[in-house]
Design a protein around this ligand. Structure first.
Ligand SMILES: [Zn+2]
Length: 299
Protein backbone atom coordinates (compact mmCIF):
# COMPACT_ATOMS: atom_id res chain seq x y z
CA UNK A 1 0.00 0.00 0.00
CA UNK A 2 1.15 3.56 -0.53
CA UNK A 3 2.20 5.56 2.52
CA UNK A 4 0.55 8.97 2.48
CA UNK A 5 3.51 10.37 4.42
CA UNK A 6 5.67 9.95 1.29
CA UNK A 7 3.94 13.02 -0.02
CA UNK A 8 3.76 14.96 3.24
CA UNK A 9 5.74 18.03 3.96
CA UNK A 10 6.99 18.51 7.50
CA UNK A 11 3.95 20.41 8.72
CA UNK A 12 1.21 18.41 7.05
CA UNK A 13 -1.22 16.42 9.10
CA UNK A 14 -0.62 12.82 10.07
CA UNK A 15 -4.00 12.23 8.52
CA UNK A 16 -3.37 8.70 7.34
CA UNK A 17 -3.14 7.36 10.85
CA UNK A 18 -6.01 9.48 12.09
CA UNK A 19 -8.21 8.04 9.37
CA UNK A 20 -6.92 4.57 10.00
CA UNK A 21 -7.64 4.59 13.71
CA UNK A 22 -11.11 5.96 13.15
CA UNK A 23 -11.76 3.39 10.45
CA UNK A 24 -10.65 0.57 12.72
CA UNK A 25 -13.61 1.37 14.95
CA UNK A 26 -16.15 0.95 12.13
CA UNK A 27 -16.84 -2.63 11.06
CA UNK A 28 -18.30 -1.64 7.70
CA UNK A 29 -15.10 0.23 6.81
CA UNK A 30 -12.82 -2.45 8.22
CA UNK A 31 -14.53 -5.00 5.99
CA UNK A 32 -13.73 -2.99 2.87
CA UNK A 33 -11.07 -4.51 0.61
CA UNK A 34 -7.62 -2.99 0.99
CA UNK A 35 -6.11 -1.47 -2.12
CA UNK A 36 -3.51 1.07 -3.14
CA UNK A 37 -5.73 3.92 -2.03
CA UNK A 38 -6.60 2.53 1.40
CA UNK A 39 -4.92 3.48 4.65
CA UNK A 40 -3.48 0.61 6.73
CA UNK A 41 -5.67 -1.19 9.26
CA UNK A 42 -4.90 -0.87 12.98
CA UNK A 43 -3.41 -4.35 12.95
CA UNK A 44 -0.64 -3.01 10.70
CA UNK A 45 0.85 -1.17 13.70
CA UNK A 46 3.00 -2.77 16.39
CA UNK A 47 1.13 -3.23 19.66
CA UNK A 48 2.19 -0.53 22.08
CA UNK A 49 1.30 -0.06 25.71
CA UNK A 50 -0.40 3.37 25.63
CA UNK A 51 -1.20 5.63 28.59
CA UNK A 52 -2.87 8.96 27.80
CA UNK A 53 -1.82 11.46 30.47
CA UNK A 54 -4.12 14.36 29.52
CA UNK A 55 -7.86 13.64 29.40
CA UNK A 56 -11.03 15.42 30.53
CA UNK A 57 -14.55 14.37 31.43
CA UNK A 58 -16.77 16.84 29.58
CA UNK A 59 -20.16 18.41 30.25
CA UNK A 60 -22.29 17.88 33.37
CA UNK A 61 -25.13 16.29 31.37
CA UNK A 62 -23.94 12.89 32.63
CA UNK A 63 -22.02 11.77 35.70
CA UNK A 64 -18.23 11.43 35.94
CA UNK A 65 -18.66 7.64 36.03
CA UNK A 66 -20.76 7.73 32.85
CA UNK A 67 -18.14 9.93 31.18
CA UNK A 68 -15.52 7.33 32.05
CA UNK A 69 -17.53 4.58 30.39
CA UNK A 70 -17.81 6.70 27.23
CA UNK A 71 -14.16 7.76 27.23
CA UNK A 72 -12.87 4.23 27.75
CA UNK A 73 -15.16 2.98 24.99
CA UNK A 74 -13.29 5.27 22.60
CA UNK A 75 -9.94 4.40 24.20
CA UNK A 76 -10.61 0.69 23.63
CA UNK A 77 -11.02 1.27 19.89
CA UNK A 78 -7.52 2.73 19.59
CA UNK A 79 -5.62 0.58 22.06
CA UNK A 80 -5.26 2.99 24.99
CA UNK A 81 -4.76 1.13 28.25
CA UNK A 82 -5.05 3.92 30.83
CA UNK A 83 -6.24 7.52 30.90
CA UNK A 84 -5.26 10.31 33.31
CA UNK A 85 -8.15 12.60 34.29
CA UNK A 86 -8.05 16.18 35.58
CA UNK A 87 -10.25 19.21 36.28
CA UNK A 88 -13.65 17.51 36.64
CA UNK A 89 -16.79 18.32 34.70
CA UNK A 90 -16.94 21.43 32.52
CA UNK A 91 -16.92 24.38 32.44
CA UNK A 92 -13.21 24.44 33.17
CA UNK A 93 -12.56 27.34 35.48
CA UNK A 94 -9.68 29.72 34.82
CA UNK A 95 -9.62 30.98 38.38
CA UNK A 96 -11.49 28.48 40.57
CA UNK A 97 -12.48 29.35 44.12
CA UNK A 98 -11.44 26.83 46.79
CA UNK A 99 -14.88 25.19 46.85
CA UNK A 100 -14.80 24.90 43.05
CA UNK A 101 -11.39 23.25 43.14
CA UNK A 102 -12.77 20.76 45.64
CA UNK A 103 -15.86 20.02 43.51
CA UNK A 104 -13.79 19.47 40.35
CA UNK A 105 -11.51 17.17 42.32
CA UNK A 106 -14.54 15.27 43.59
CA UNK A 107 -15.57 14.77 39.93
CA UNK A 108 -12.07 13.46 39.16
CA UNK A 109 -12.14 11.11 42.13
CA UNK A 110 -15.58 9.76 41.20
CA UNK A 111 -14.34 9.07 37.66
CA UNK A 112 -11.20 7.32 38.85
CA UNK A 113 -13.09 5.26 41.41
CA UNK A 114 -15.53 4.15 38.71
CA UNK A 115 -12.71 2.57 36.64
CA UNK A 116 -9.79 2.09 39.00
CA UNK A 117 -8.03 -0.40 36.77
CA UNK A 118 -8.07 1.99 33.79
CA UNK A 119 -7.96 5.52 35.23
CA UNK A 120 -5.54 7.74 37.12
CA UNK A 121 -6.23 11.25 38.41
CA UNK A 122 -4.53 14.60 38.94
CA UNK A 123 -5.42 17.00 41.76
CA UNK A 124 -6.50 20.40 40.39
CA UNK A 125 -4.73 23.11 42.43
CA UNK A 126 -4.22 26.86 42.26
CA UNK A 127 -1.31 29.00 43.48
CA UNK A 128 -3.90 31.68 44.30
CA UNK A 129 -5.32 29.38 47.00
CA UNK A 130 -2.25 27.75 48.48
CA UNK A 131 -3.67 26.66 51.84
CA UNK A 132 -6.69 24.99 50.26
CA UNK A 133 -4.59 23.47 47.47
CA UNK A 134 -2.22 21.89 49.99
CA UNK A 135 -5.24 20.51 51.85
CA UNK A 136 -6.59 19.01 48.62
CA UNK A 137 -3.22 17.37 47.99
CA UNK A 138 -3.18 15.87 51.48
CA UNK A 139 -6.76 14.68 51.00
CA UNK A 140 -6.33 13.12 47.56
CA UNK A 141 -2.71 12.12 46.89
CA UNK A 142 -2.88 9.22 49.37
CA UNK A 143 -5.31 7.51 46.95
CA UNK A 144 -3.15 5.11 44.90
CA UNK A 145 -4.80 6.17 41.64
CA UNK A 146 -4.26 9.90 42.23
CA UNK A 147 -0.75 10.42 40.97
CA UNK A 148 -0.10 14.10 40.31
CA UNK A 149 -1.14 17.73 40.07
CA UNK A 150 -2.80 19.79 37.37
CA UNK A 151 -2.04 23.53 37.24
CA UNK A 152 -3.88 25.56 34.63
CA UNK A 153 -4.17 29.31 34.09
CA UNK A 154 -5.03 30.86 37.46
CA UNK A 155 -1.51 32.14 37.95
CA UNK A 156 1.74 32.12 35.98
CA UNK A 157 3.92 29.32 37.25
CA UNK A 158 7.01 31.45 37.81
CA UNK A 159 5.08 33.15 40.64
CA UNK A 160 6.70 32.23 43.99
CA UNK A 161 3.28 31.50 45.49
CA UNK A 162 3.48 28.12 43.72
CA UNK A 163 6.57 27.02 45.69
CA UNK A 164 4.83 25.37 48.70
CA UNK A 165 2.68 23.37 46.24
CA UNK A 166 5.78 22.16 44.38
CA UNK A 167 7.50 21.19 47.63
CA UNK A 168 4.54 19.14 48.82
CA UNK A 169 4.19 17.48 45.41
CA UNK A 170 7.81 16.39 45.66
CA UNK A 171 7.15 14.87 49.10
CA UNK A 172 4.38 12.76 47.56
CA UNK A 173 6.41 12.10 44.41
CA UNK A 174 3.43 13.49 42.52
CA UNK A 175 3.88 14.37 38.86
CA UNK A 176 3.38 18.11 38.23
CA UNK A 177 1.52 18.91 35.01
CA UNK A 178 1.63 22.61 34.11
CA UNK A 179 -0.32 24.06 31.18
CA UNK A 180 2.08 26.14 29.07
CA UNK A 181 1.07 28.13 26.03
CA UNK A 182 2.49 30.66 23.65
CA UNK A 183 -0.29 32.56 21.93
CA UNK A 184 0.76 34.74 18.99
CA UNK A 185 -1.61 37.49 20.16
CA UNK A 186 -0.71 37.16 23.84
CA UNK A 187 -1.53 34.66 26.56
CA UNK A 188 -4.50 34.95 28.90
CA UNK A 189 -3.89 36.60 32.28
CA UNK A 190 -2.30 33.97 34.50
CA UNK A 191 -1.46 31.69 31.59
CA UNK A 192 2.11 30.36 31.76
CA UNK A 193 4.60 30.40 28.90
CA UNK A 194 7.33 27.78 28.41
CA UNK A 195 9.78 30.40 29.70
CA UNK A 196 7.79 30.68 32.95
CA UNK A 197 8.07 26.92 33.47
CA UNK A 198 11.79 27.00 32.76
CA UNK A 199 12.12 29.63 35.50
CA UNK A 200 10.14 27.47 37.95
CA UNK A 201 12.06 24.30 37.08
CA UNK A 202 15.37 26.08 37.60
CA UNK A 203 14.16 27.15 41.04
CA UNK A 204 13.40 23.49 41.91
CA UNK A 205 16.18 21.50 40.20
CA UNK A 206 15.40 18.28 42.09
CA UNK A 207 11.71 18.29 41.05
CA UNK A 208 10.47 17.15 37.64
CA UNK A 209 7.78 19.02 35.66
CA UNK A 210 5.55 18.10 32.72
CA UNK A 211 5.05 20.89 30.16
CA UNK A 212 1.53 20.37 28.81
CA UNK A 213 1.11 21.01 25.07
CA UNK A 214 4.86 21.74 24.79
CA UNK A 215 3.77 25.38 24.76
CA UNK A 216 1.30 25.08 21.88
CA UNK A 217 3.70 26.67 19.41
CA UNK A 218 5.79 23.53 19.77
CA UNK A 219 8.71 24.49 17.55
CA UNK A 220 9.40 27.47 19.77
CA UNK A 221 8.30 25.72 22.97
CA UNK A 222 10.56 22.70 22.54
CA UNK A 223 13.57 24.93 21.94
CA UNK A 224 12.80 26.73 25.21
CA UNK A 225 12.08 23.58 27.23
CA UNK A 226 15.17 21.67 26.08
CA UNK A 227 17.39 23.90 28.22
CA UNK A 228 16.24 22.43 31.52
CA UNK A 229 16.61 18.72 32.12
CA UNK A 230 13.91 18.48 34.80
CA UNK A 231 11.12 19.24 32.31
CA UNK A 232 9.39 16.66 30.12
CA UNK A 233 7.41 17.81 27.07
CA UNK A 234 3.84 16.54 26.73
CA UNK A 235 2.38 16.65 23.22
CA UNK A 236 -1.39 17.02 23.77
CA UNK A 237 -3.46 19.32 21.61
CA UNK A 238 -2.59 20.97 18.30
CA UNK A 239 -3.08 19.34 14.93
CA UNK A 240 -1.38 15.99 14.25
CA UNK A 241 1.53 17.62 12.51
CA UNK A 242 4.39 15.68 10.98
CA UNK A 243 7.72 16.44 12.60
CA UNK A 244 6.44 17.35 16.08
CA UNK A 245 7.54 14.15 17.82
CA UNK A 246 10.74 13.93 15.81
CA UNK A 247 11.75 17.42 16.93
CA UNK A 248 10.82 16.70 20.56
CA UNK A 249 13.00 13.58 20.59
CA UNK A 250 15.84 15.34 18.81
CA UNK A 251 15.86 18.36 21.14
CA UNK A 252 14.94 16.80 24.51
CA UNK A 253 15.96 13.18 24.03
CA UNK A 254 13.72 10.08 23.99
CA UNK A 255 13.25 10.07 27.78
CA UNK A 256 11.68 13.55 28.02
CA UNK A 257 8.66 13.25 25.69
CA UNK A 258 5.19 12.02 26.73
CA UNK A 259 2.14 11.16 24.63
CA UNK A 260 -1.17 12.79 25.62
CA UNK A 261 -4.31 13.84 23.75
CA UNK A 262 -6.40 16.45 25.63
CA UNK A 263 -9.45 14.29 24.89
CA UNK A 264 -12.32 14.99 24.69
CA UNK A 265 -11.29 18.41 23.39
CA UNK A 266 -9.19 16.51 20.85
CA UNK A 267 -9.70 13.06 19.38
CA UNK A 268 -7.53 10.18 20.48
CA UNK A 269 -6.88 9.26 16.85
CA UNK A 270 -5.53 12.64 15.78
CA UNK A 271 -3.13 12.74 18.71
CA UNK A 272 -1.99 9.12 18.47
CA UNK A 273 -1.11 9.83 14.85
CA UNK A 274 1.70 12.14 15.94
CA UNK A 275 3.53 9.21 17.55
CA UNK A 276 2.46 6.34 15.31
CA UNK A 277 3.68 8.17 12.22
CA UNK A 278 6.81 9.69 13.72
CA UNK A 279 10.13 8.67 12.23
CA UNK A 280 11.53 7.30 15.48
CA UNK A 281 12.11 3.69 16.51
CA UNK A 282 9.40 1.52 18.04
CA UNK A 283 11.47 1.46 21.21
CA UNK A 284 11.30 5.26 21.41
CA UNK A 285 7.57 5.24 20.59
CA UNK A 286 6.99 2.89 23.53
CA UNK A 287 8.82 5.28 25.84
CA UNK A 288 6.66 8.16 24.62
CA UNK A 289 3.40 6.18 24.76
CA UNK A 290 3.82 5.00 28.37
CA UNK A 291 7.35 4.31 29.56
CA UNK A 292 8.42 7.86 30.32
CA UNK A 293 5.32 8.74 32.31
CA UNK A 294 5.39 5.45 34.21
CA UNK A 295 8.98 6.15 35.19
CA UNK A 296 8.11 9.68 36.40
CA UNK A 297 5.09 8.41 38.34
CA UNK A 298 6.99 5.43 39.74
CA UNK A 299 4.44 3.00 38.30
ZN1 LIG B 1 -6.56 19.88 28.79
Amino acid sequence: MKAFSNHCTRRQFGGATATLVAAAALPELSAAPQNDFAVPFADAFPKFRIWDVHCHLGRPNITPAEHMTQLLGYADRVGIEKVVIAMGLTPHLANPKPEELRQRNEDMLAAVKAKPERALGLVFVSPLHVKESLAEMDRLLPYPNVVGLKLWIACRCNDPRIDPIVKKAAEYRATIHQHVWDNAVGNKPGESSPEDLVELARRHPSVHFVAMHSGGDWERGLRTLRKVRNITAEIAGCEPTSGYVEMAVRELGPDRVIYASDASGRSFASQLAKVHEARVSNQVKQKIFAGNFRRLAGM
